[in-house]
Design a protein around this ligand. Sequence first.
Ligand SMILES: [Zn+2]
Ligand SMILES: [Zn+2]
Length: 306
Amino acid sequence: MKTISSIERMHGSVTTLASHSLDFEDFVVQFWGVRGSIPTPGKDTVRYGGNTSCIEMRVAGKRLIFDGGTGLRVLGDSLMQEAPVEAYIFFTHYHWDHIQGFPLFTPAFTPGNCFKIYGATPPEGESMKQHFVERILHTNSPVPLKGLRADLQFNELKVGDRVTLDGIEIQTGQLNHPNTAMGYRVTWNGKTVVYCSDTEHFPEGIDENVLNLAQGADVLIYDAMYTDEEYHNVKSPKIGWGHSTWQEAIKMAEAANIKQVVIFHHDPTHTDDFLDEVEQQVQAAFPHMVMAKEGLILPVGIPQKS
Ligand SMILES: [Zn+2]
Ligand SMILES: [Zn+2]
């Protein structure tokens, strides 16, 4: 069983080459996909990664997965070494960059595995199960639906709902995004991680929903897709697109008294070099920050130096 002591520290972030088996004493976050909108493979994105949103939290011996972007496929391949797999999967919303890995998530096609799936009632009123069958695992998917042989249990949530898994408390909150999205606050053993993607800040002041959800968290993973300059660019403004900026991430982190903020949901056009520059700028303004990268592991409650 791997513990924090086995984690290798590289380039100011914490990474591991090891397995991600469960430890009842641990609260660890691992990033499998950190990109927004669309996968971005290529030579300019190798260090931060090109897979779309997928985060794993290993908490008190349980495995919680947040979003099913293309990073979920990679996580799934890794989990195949640990069958039978039981995990809880929470969706913020059902835009492609948060679901596209699911049709290629091998453990869902393997008998004996069990996934408890949570998310808001899908748009247009169908049930989550219908949504998965008819849209996410649509006939356009290369994988036949009949192969889906794991035990999948669907649980629909409303904003404000809480889920308790033994001692783990999961709280939901409203995000500001086209077709809406749901943020999650995970607390265990006095430590809290908040996942807020995708969301757009309000120009007139702090978003009270995000503030309430994030208040006092050890880690806030925040949709900082743009710079303020890009967001307000007169030729191509990003206002109303449902995403925020790293400057707003800092504002929220300060307002909510966050110990560590994670810059997440990178824009597809942002190269590794560009994100390195963003890192320097964020760090100068708010030193307790981390850039999300594929493979990054954060032990919760231990501040990392970048
Ligand atoms: Zn997204
Ligand atoms: Zn979205």
